[in-house]
Each structure stands twice: as C-alpha cells, then as structure tokens.
Write a protein that binds this ligand. Structure first.
Ligand SMILES: *Cc1c(COP(=O)(O)O)cnc(C)c1O
Length: 392
C-alpha cells in the first residue's frame, strides 16, 4: 500500500514538472532524486576503447588493443568448437545450475561442486557477494589503487568503502586488517592486483585471515592467478577448509581468452555458495559461455602457450622500458604499468594516433601511469616504437 502511494506521488510530481518551462533540467533533478544515494556518488566505469571505435573515430586500420588485459592468442580451439556447437541450441535456456561447468571446475580445482558460484564474468560474482552480504552503512575495506569494481559495487550497496594505503604499489594486508571495526562486513583483495600487477604472499594472506574476525568476509580476486609462477603466491583454495569466511573469485576472461562471453566463478565454503545462489539470477551465464568455459578447462596446451607468450612479451617490454629509462611497476600478470612521467592521458591520445590503445590510469589517481597489456611479439614491438615516438 505504501509503495503504491509513493510511486503515485512520484507520478504526480512528474505530471506537474512536465508543464513548467525549464522541463529538462527539472526532470533530470527529479530522476536523480529517485536513485539510491550510493549510486549518485559513482561515475560510469570507462572501459578500454574498443578497436572498432578507434577505427571509426580516426579512420585508422590495423589497430592494436593493449588496454583490457585480454589474451593476444585468443581462446582455445577447443573452446571455440564447443561455443559453435552450443550456438545450434540457443533456442533453449541454458542449464540454470551450470552443472557441467561446475563439475569440470570442481574436478580441476579439487573442491566440490557445491562450493562454486558461476557468474556472468567474475565481476558478476563480486556483485552477488555485495548483494548477499553488505548492508547499507556497513564498511568495506579496499586497498588504494585496487580494482575499480570493488568501489563501484560497494557504493551500489550504499555501504562505505574504507581505503587502506598501499606499500610500494602492493596491497598492505596488515594495514587493511587494522582498519577492521565492528561495522566491517567485507575486505576486497585483488591478488594480483589490477592496475598495479603486484601480488601478496601466502604468509601475508594467512596473517590477515588469522587476524580478522570470522564475521568479516574476505574476498580474494584471483583474475590473473594462472599467470603466476612465484612460489610464495598463496594456494588460496587450500585455505577454504580453515576459513569459511573466505571467497576466491576467478575468471575465463584473462588467460582463457573468453572475455567477450562473460564467465567467471567464485569458490567458497558451501554455506556461502548456498547464499550466493539465492541472489544469483536463474540464467546468469549463457549456454555458449558455459560450453566454451567447460571445454577451455581441458586445454592445458593453450594455457601453456599463453603463459609462454606472456613471459616472453613481458621480458621484451620490460627490457625496452629499461633501455628507455622508464619506471614501471614489476608485474606478475599479463600487463605492465608504466610511469611516463607526464600527463598519461596525453600519451594515451598520442598512442591512439599511432593505432595503439592502452589504458591511462587517471581514474585510479595515477595520472602519469599507463597500463599496457602484453601482446604478441610484433604488437609489443609496435607499442615500443610508438611509445618512443610520442615521448620524443
Ligand atoms: C579483468 C579482471 C577481472 C575479471 O573480470 P570479468 O568480469 O571476469 O571479465 C576481475 N578482477 C580483476 C582484478 C580484473 O582485472
């Protein structure tokens, strides 16, 4: 009843304002008032520029996109085959439980199916977590320079992001643990982090988990974990038994080369997964994505090749950067963040004219940094030559 009354009141309101002179501005203000408070603190997320957009805007062909940390080898042939087979059955709803993909993931990760939550990209899983657990005015601890999605979904929940300082571009997990109060609901850790490319060790993560109360949910976003070869990187799945408040998220968007299909997953205690499953909309992962991701897990060779191309490219890029005497943040991922020591937005625009799309990091309060995804050898070379040109 009260709901009806209030929507009626809004209706009357619009009817009135539509008759007055300065209609557009008044409508804008009235609509803004309707939105939830946290949402109005946000700016829309600016993604990496699509190749087609640059082609359209500048008439440049032969564009290289190194802006969104996609796999330059593309997806596995097995995934493509599974996707094209699945295309023949798109008249049907997907399997709403994602049974086959969960089964394949459970086997691959040595966990059980009921610990897995599938998402339309791992950012969907991150959003499910805040929807399910974060109440208005609760606190969510996030590192400085952390992945932007954490802050966006915290505001959408009308909760309060609390920012911890970084240490040499790394999440400072000790500082994050110290910020816990009785209002804290959740801690977001990107390991490794985007856009810095840095990681936290198993010891650091363990110390944090041992120091925060079990009433605080710790989310570890491992979008790039497949690229990591460092021995002290956490084996976080092993920690799930001991810490029922831990959630790990991963994605098929990065090393698997399936960013356009939107599929990722969370791994947690069965109890948390059961709650996330209540919030998850029934068909949040489409049938093509389910099929391709399931097949991609089997393609060990594609992952090996992707890793090798990345290691080679990282060496190629960082060697050139050292020669150019440019500082960069040492990265364990498939991208590297470079300090161009001047307005990075300008450098970004100059690189666009050379047909190369990178990511300026002003939105992350890193106004002189650009983030570059490791490409194939010739793409890396084109980037290096273009960067030399625009910096000279
Ligand atoms: C790319 C990325 C993701 C993955 O997002 P999807 O929604 O799975 O495409 C998640 N976290 C971080 C830190 C990332 O860089």
């Amino acid at each position: 009843m009260s709901l009806r009354l209030s929507s009626r009141a809004n209706f009357v309101n619009f009817a009135t304002i539509s008759t007055i002179a300065n209609k557009d501005e008044t409508v804008t203000a009235a609509i803004k008032k309707l939105a939830n408070q946290g949402v109005m603190t946000l700016q829309p997320y600016i993604p990496g520029k699509p190749i087609e957009e640059l082609q359209r805007e500048m008439g440049i062909t032969d564009v290289v996109k190194m802006a969104s940390n996609e796999n330059p080898l593309g997806p596995s042939a097995l995934a493509l085959k599974a996707a094209s087979d699945a295309l023949l059955r798109i008249d049907r709803y997907p399997d709403g439980s994602g049974h086959e993909l969960k089964r394949a993931l459970a086997k691959y990760l040595s966990v059980s199916s009921n610990q897995i939550t599938l998402g339309n990209g791992s950012d969907n899983v991150l959003a499910l977590i805040t929807h399910a657990f974060v109440k208005p005015d609760e606190e969510v601890i996030i590192s400085e320079y952390a992945f932007a999605t954490f802050t966006i979904i915290t505001h959408v929940a009308n909760a309060q992001p609390i920012f911890a300082p970084c240490k040499e571009w790394k999440h400072n997990l000790a500082a994050m643990a110290k910020l816990v109060t009785d209002k804290t609901k959740l801690i977001f850790i990107a390991n490794p982090n985007n856009p810095t490319g840095t990681y936290n060790t198993e010891q650091e993560l363990l110390t944090l988990l041992n120091n925060v109360p079990p009433s605080v949910i710790v989310v570890v976003d491992e979008a790039y974990c497949e690229y990591i070869t460092q021995a002290d990187y956490p084996n976080s799945l092993k920690l799930l038994d001991k810490f029922p408040n831990l959630i790990i998220t991963r994605t098929f968007s990065k090393i698997y080369g399936l960013a356009g299909l939107r599929v990722g997953y969370g791994v947690s205690s069965a109890e948390i997964a059961e709650i996330l499953n209540r919030v998850r909309l029934p068909f949040n992962v489409n049938s093509i994505a389910l099929a391709a991701a399931t097949a991609a897990l089997d393609d060990f060779a594609h992952r090996e090749d992707s890793l090798r191309v990345n290691q080679y490219g990282m060496e190629q890029l960082t060697t050139a950067l050292k020669e150019m005497r440019l500082n960069y943040i040492p990265s364990v991922t498939n991208f590297v963040t470079i300090d161009v020591q001047r307005n990075a937005v300008q450098i970004y625009h100059d690189l666009l004219h050379e047909g190369i799309i990178v990511r300026p990091l002003a939105a992350y309060h890193m106004p002189t940094h650009i983030r570059v995804t490791i490409g194939l050898q010739d793409q890396n070379e084109r980037f290096i030559q273009a960067l030399k040109k625009v910096l000279s």
